[in-house]
Write a protein that binds this ligand. Structure first.
Ligand code: AMP
Ligand code: MG
Length: 278
């Protein structure tokens, strides 16, 4: 029997060194999935994720960083929530990277990221990341090009070093269309329950759309590697986004070849044969 949704991760993976032509990647793509099939797949992968996180914790030799980038209202929060649903709070650490504080700005751009790299056996989910330092920083010209451009190399070295030490970094760009983004931003501006996410700055950044796409394309091309590839996820439909993200994270953990715990054969027997009242 064909495994459900087999190979979704492969469909959205950007081959290292290749340019992702974002204008040509359909944000509304369903990847041939039906909604109920996608939701079933999410449940199945969440169950598998629960098992794999236990192996990760038990082995305590490897770790995982899952990072999300994308335009405002691209679904970074939502994707994180779907992942967290399958994870144990003792094993997963969630971090959102906003505008750097004064203290963070006084250090190199990776300082705040390094502090959030998970310990062995654990998982960190990043809502935004060190990539902001070659995205918003580039588009808003927060530092000159000779400062941000060398960061591609710095990032590659950083991620390669993490990989060597057993920490895998998986990178998602949640790709929404301009129309879908506008709809979501309008909801944030008007619906009381969504208003907490509203930010006037989002409309300004929306006006820089093309500059952002160019910055994303170059970042993806320059930092996609075999050990740490980029996945560009069609994100107009939340159920497609969730299925792709869960499938990719589970695939990544399977590829990490986590050791399977081997409880001693007599352990259960010993417990069951304890005297009554113990
Ligand atoms: P949000 O994700 O909606 O909470 O917004 C966080 C904001 O912080 C976004 O506008 C990001 O572009 C911004 N941000 C994140 N990292 C950086 C950075 N390194 N430099 C400047 N702005 C950043
Ligand atoms: Mg925001």
């Amino acid at each position: 029997m064909r495994r459900m949704g087999h190979g979704l991760h492969r469909r959205v993976r950007i081959e290292p060194g290749k340019r992702a032509d974002l204008a040509k990647i359909d944000a509304d793509d369903t990847l041939g999935l039906e909604r109920d099939e996608a939701e079933e797949l999410v449940r199945e992968r969440q169950e598998r994720l629960e098992v794999l996180q236990g192996y990760l914790k038990w082995g305590a030799a490897q770790a995982l960083v899952v990072l999300f980038q994308g335009m405002d209202a691209g679904g970074k929060d939502g994707a994180v929530r779907q992942l967290v649903a399958g994870l144990n709070p003792m094993i997963v650490n969630f971090v959102a990277f906003g505008k750097p504080t004064k203290e963070e700005l006084a250090h190199d751009f990776l300082w705040r990221i390094r502090r959030e790299v998970p310990e062995r056996g654990e998982i960190s989910l990043f809502n935004r990341s060190h990539y902001e330092d070659v995205l918003v920083v580039r588009v808003d010209e927060l530092v000159p090009e000779p400062v941000w451009r060398p960061r591609f190399e710095v990032i590659n070295t950083f991620e390669a070093e993490l990989a060597r030490q057993g920490t895998t970094v998986v990178k998602f760009m949640l790709h929404v269309s301009r129309d879908e983004q506008l709809e979501r931003l309008a909801e944030r501006a008007t619906l009381p329950e969504k208003h907490w996410k509203h930010s006037a700055d989002d409309m300004r950044k929306r006006g820089q759309w093309d500059a952002y796409m160019e910055a994303y394309e170059e970042a993806i091309k320059r930092t996609g590697t075999e050990v740490s590839p980029w996945y560009v996820v069609p994100a107009d439909r939340k159920w497609v986004r969730n299925a792709v993200v869960l499938d990719t994270v589970v695939h990544t953990l399977e590829e990490m070849r986590l050791p399977t715990p081997t409880p001693p054969e007599d352990a259960a027997e010993e417990l069951l044969n304890r005297p009554a009242g113990d």
